[in-house]
Design a protein around this ligand. Structure first.
Ligand code: HEC
Ligand code: HEC
Length: 230
């Protein structure tokens, strides 16, 4: 069951990456309109803070809107299977409200590859804040304690797409270590690849260039990955 959900979500990611006209895609990946008629109208001006936080009706509308539009990648009940970030970890504050709103409106598009489709013009402002209200109810603190290396990987944004043991948008780090275990030049090659981004080693979905991460951090991360990401 779990594996099926995961591979369906993976297909959705692939479709998102490869079909530029996301909104016109068929079947599972079609974004669903959300009925917000039971919620207080918010008008056109973008809010910087969730106006519905804690409201029962918003949470109800948000639960169904989440299941229809987000669960296929971010997981049922917001429990990520490693495909996309675990949205239970988002902090509950104004700064994160703005980050959430803009992530949903703009999607996550890097170098032309769609990792998450933009929802601007598809979801109303009411629907977006209703989903945020639902996610607040699923909030969980970061599973502590994380190792310093895992913290560096998280800070460098690697864990949006990678996990140690399971395949997400990108390969599991243990798979990478295994694949190149006998290759003496692997570390240098992987450093260049991560800086520049690219596809082809694991599939058609490209890794974006990670060149905003300091080179020293990338070297440290790749050594850690090649040593088994323990
Ligand atoms: C096709 C798969 C897909 C769908 C559908 C999708 N997302 Fe995403 N989302 C992703 C991926 C992959 C990332 C990480 C991408 C990156 O950082 O480049 C992401 C990132 C995010 C982030 C940033 C999280 C962080 O920790 O930085 C938020 C917030 C988010 N998504 C919310 C949503 C919401 C809400 C919906 C539904 C309205 C949704 N997403 C639908 C795949 C998806
Ligand atoms: C937006 C998603 C995304 C982010 C963020 C990301 N990666 Fe990747 N990564 C991928 C994908 C997709 C692949 C598979 C590329 C391929 O098939 O060649 C990949 C592949 C890799 C590989 C194996 C490359 C190969 O040629 O075998 C390494 C090592 C790697 N990533 C490390 C990192 C590190 C370190 C970071 C953070 C600094 C990072 N990735 C951030 C998506 C991502």
């Amino acid at each position: 069951m779990h594996a099926t959900i995961r591979s369906l979500a993976m297909l959705a990611v692939m479709a998102g990456a490869l079909v530029s006209s996301w909104a016109l895609a068929h079947g599972d990946v079609t974004p669903q309109a959300v009925d917000v008629s039971s919620l207080k109208p918010l008008g056109d001006a973008k809010r910087d803070e969730n106006p519905y936080r804690g409201e029962k009706e918003a949470i109800r509308v948000g639960t169904s809107a989440y299941n229809q539009n987000c669960a296929r990648c971010h997981g049922l009940e917001a429990i990520s299977g490693g495909i996309a970030p675990d949205l239970r970890k988002l902090d509950i504050d104004k700064e994160t409200d703005i980050y959430f709103r803009d992530s949903v409106l703009r999607g996550k598009v890097r170098n032309g590859a769609v990792y998450m489709p933009p929802f601007e013009g598809i979801l109303s402002q009411e629907a977006i804040w209703a989903i945020r209200s639902y996610l607040d109810t699923r909030h969980e603190e970061e599973a502590a304690p994380v190792s310093p290396m895992e913290a560096l990987a998280r800070k460098s944004n690697c864990l949006s797409c990678h996990a140690v043991d399971t395949r997400g948008v990108g390969p599991a780090y243990r798979e990478v270590a295994k694949k190149y275990a006998k290759d003496k030049n692997a570390e240098a090659r992987l450093l260049a690849k991560v800086k520049k981004g690219g596809a082809g080693s694991w599939g058609k979905v490209p890794m974006p260039p990670m060149d905003t991460v300091p080179e020293q951090d990338l070297k440290t991360l790749i050594k850690w990955i090649m040593a088994g990401a323990n």
